[in-house]
Write a protein that binds this ligand. Sequence first.
Ligand code: PAN
Ligand code: ZN
Length: 186
Amino acid sequence: MNNIVDPAITFINDQLKGALIDRINRKIKDLPDIFYDKKAFEELPVETIVYEVASYFPVAEGTEGGLFYGITYIHPGTVGEEYFMTKGHFHKIRNRAEYYCTLHGEGMLLLMNEQGETWAERMFPGSIHFIPGHMAHRTANTGDSILSFSAFWPSDAGHDYDTISKQGFSKILVKRNGHPELVNRR
Ligand code: PAN
Ligand code: ZN
């Protein structure tokens, strides 16, 4: 019996490869609710890719005790003065935590607690972010190249996108004088 085997997945040259890998992309047309400048949003080509996610789901979604692994690639760009960013979510099981580890590029991790207070952590290659439970999280690319990061989350966490698509975060991340600023929504 050969008891030495290859890993189920690899992450080489910034690409996740192997069986059971799920790939999605989010284009402008998939993100009608998240950007505050609706006019600037309408002017962008609907097929513009904002971000892509490759995830490894070794167990069924909802399984208690498992872990998922994913790489997110956010393209550089803005909608009006707001940076390209992810939809953002709370976990469906609110107390489920997560790690993000930045690989390339520069960005911000926006965090919002259940009281609606929002703050941001700088993301840069090598930065590691612990996202406690009960915290909505969203990432934005503030640089000129792709922002990529790995994420590790419990397989029963689930994603609640509805709360964010209806209420948003209490602050938005905008480019002012070439730099990111976290400001209150008007
Ligand atoms: C991440 C996110 C990923 C895309 O893997 O799902 O960055 O962001 P949205 O899910 O908000 O579109 C994660 O936080 N998983 O739980
Ligand atoms: Zn998450």
